[in-house]
Design a binder for this molecule. Structure first.
Ligand code: HEM
Length: 506
């Protein structure tokens, strides 16, 4: 297999700063285009006989790199490297996703998995997820009944319910308003959403040009700083108010099963760490699941033939192939690998639930193909090589920054036939091996693999199946080519407008 190398050759001298962007990795069925940007410094890099080539656009064969080798390397490349904006917004790495790999990261990742995102923790929020999906369906029905000719805006409905789930899971309740000392007034749920989610996603992509020229970091960049620090202060004020409100609930003796109550009981964190971790769960749960589901519904609305009939085909319960497994990368897997059966069961009148998911191969294929074509996290947050290591056969020195370009990998013509087309059938028919299902690397890999992959699968797959069971989906005319994205997590630039036709099940 091949992957691409981009960038320019370069050395780093006291005066000249030339970045080296390197390569990509193929990992036993996993492909990752890895752009490695050598850190600018004042000392020239050591001579590296096997340094990655630096010619722009050079193709190299990387098939020798095995999955095991890549996973083994994660101990050397699991430290985060943040932009200035992210350093400010994450309070210098006080979160699971942005902390350096070490004792703090291990502890807080364990916390988030045991409290809310791991397999058994997810069971505690099953009712909340079901409520969320039922509420969305009721709203769709109501909107269609009110005016069947007006297209509805998918995101408006999904966003509200997802944020409700996110609040219940992280704070213990669906907060409708909160008094913020710093603002001197109550703020609404929408304002909470804007301060903790929307503004943060916008700020996360703020670029400070000094990130690229560290030796000029003394030059002021006031407008950047004002924007980022103001948004950060608002977010922190709102989070403190939300946590204060919930602490009052706990004092009243109303303990809840949620992340905040869990962290308070652990009693190992500073107030700042606690605030940041609760915010992390709030934003992570409220964002990418919406992105992935909206893209899936866009593609299904564009391809009516791939809706209910295919999605609800299931394989027999005794077929172990589709039992969920935990794979060695820590990523939740549903095993693919068999063709759709000749006489499949069709869910028919039976409402799809999470229990059905392992037996709905086409639905899983829709999910994974959507993650490939519309990577919700197109670039894996930068990592930092903290010890000399070998990657994809190349010597990579400590101090190298690494960005995995998932979008680039997933649109690579050498890896995917007609990559610009959305074709779930790539993931059915027994053509792929187990590891290939995660060839998209949508959830990263290794020790830093996504903590929320199981939750996303539960919500997105059940929602997609229920949505197409209940309604026929059709795009608004002229929306077929609206595939542009915006923000850090590949939001659809043009929110999905759809016409829904009830299938007469309710
Ligand atoms: C479609 C939805 C999602 C996608 C595509 C996604 C993707 C990713 C990716 C690519 C990473 C970085 C992995 C790496 O560096 O190798 C990551 C990390 C993470 N994600 Fe997700 N994610 C999704 C949803 C979620 C949700 C819903 C949550 C929580 C509610 C979540 C929590 C996290 C956390 C805590 C980390 C940091 C893990 C660590 O550093 O150890 N993610 N995710």
């Amino acid at each position: 297999m091949e992957a691409f190398v981009s960038g320019g050759a370069g050395g780093v001298g006291a005066a000249a700063v030339v970045g080296v962007f390197v390569a990509a990795a193929v990992v036993g069925g996993f492909v990752a285009a890895v752009a490695l940007a050598e850190r600018a410094g004042v000392i020239a890099p050591r001579k590296r006989p096997n340094a990655p080539p630096g010619q722009p656009g050079l193709n190299i064969s990387l098939s020798s790199l095995k999955l095991k080798a890549m996973v083994a390397k994660f101990s050397s490349i699991s430290t985060r490297k943040l932009s200035k904006a992210l350093t400010v917004l994450t309070r210098d790495k006080s979160m699971v996703a942005t902390s350096d790999y070490g004792d703090f990261h291990k502890m807080v990742k364990r916390y988030v998995m045991s409290s809310t995102l791991g397999t058994s923790a997810q069971k505690k929020f099953r009712d909340t997820r079901d409520m969320m999906i039922n509420n969305m369906l009721s709203t769709f029905h109501k909107l269609v009944k009110d005016d069947p000719h007006v297209p509805l805006i998918f995101r408006d409905v999904f966003k509200d319910e997802l944020f409700r789930l996110s609040m219940i899971q992280s704070l213990g309740e669906d907060v409708s308003s909160v008094y913020v000392d710093e603002f001197g007034r109550d703020i609404s749920k929408e304002e909470i959403y804007n301060a903790t989610v929307t503004d943060m996603m916008m700020c996360a992509i703020e670029v400070d040009w000094r990130d690229f020229f560290s030796y000029l970091s003394w030059v002021p960049n006031k407008s950047f700083e004002t924007r980022v620090f103001t948004a950060e202060a608002r977010r922190t004020a709102v989070m403190r108010a939300l946590i204060k409100q919930q602490k009052e609930r706990i004092v009243r003796g109303e303990a809840k099963i949620c992340y905040l109550d869990f962290l308070l009981a652990e009693n190992t964190l500073t107030d700042e760490q606690l605030t940041m971790l609760v915010w992390e769960e709030l934003i992570e749960a409220a964002d990418t699941t919406l992105v992935a589901t909206e893209w899936a519904m866009y593609e299904l609305a564009k391809n009516p033939d791939k809706q209910a009939r295919n999605i609800c085909y299931s394989v027999p319960a005794h077929s172990w192939h589709y039992q969920p497994k935990r794979f060695l990368l820590g990523v939740f897997l549903v095993m693919p690998g068999t063709a759709l059966p000749r006489n499949p069961e069709v869910c028919g009148d039976e409402t799809v639930t999470e229990e059905h998911l392992p037996r709905l191969p086409y639905l899983n294929a829709v999910f994974h193909e959507t993650l490939r074509r519309h990577s919700p996290v197109p670039l894996i947050p930068p990592r930092f090589v903290h010890e000399d290591t070998k990657l994809a056969g190349y010597d990579v020195p400590a101090g190298t920054e690494m960005v995995i370009n998932l979008y680039g990998c997933n649109m690579n013509k050498k890896e995917w036939e007609s990559p610009e087309e959305w074709v779930p059938e790539r993931f059915t028919g027994g053509r792929l091996e187990v590891a290939d299902m995660y060839k998209t690397m949508a959830f990263g890999a290794g020790r830093r693999a996504c903590a929320g992959s199981l939750q996303v699968m539960h919500i997105a797959c059940t929602a997609i199946a229920r949505f197409v069971q209940e309604f026929g989906w059709r795009l608004t005319e002229g929306d077929e080519e609206k595939v542009d994205t915006v923000q850090f997590t590949a939001y659809k630039l043009h929110p999905l407008h759809v016409h829904l036709t009830p299938r007469g099940r309710m």
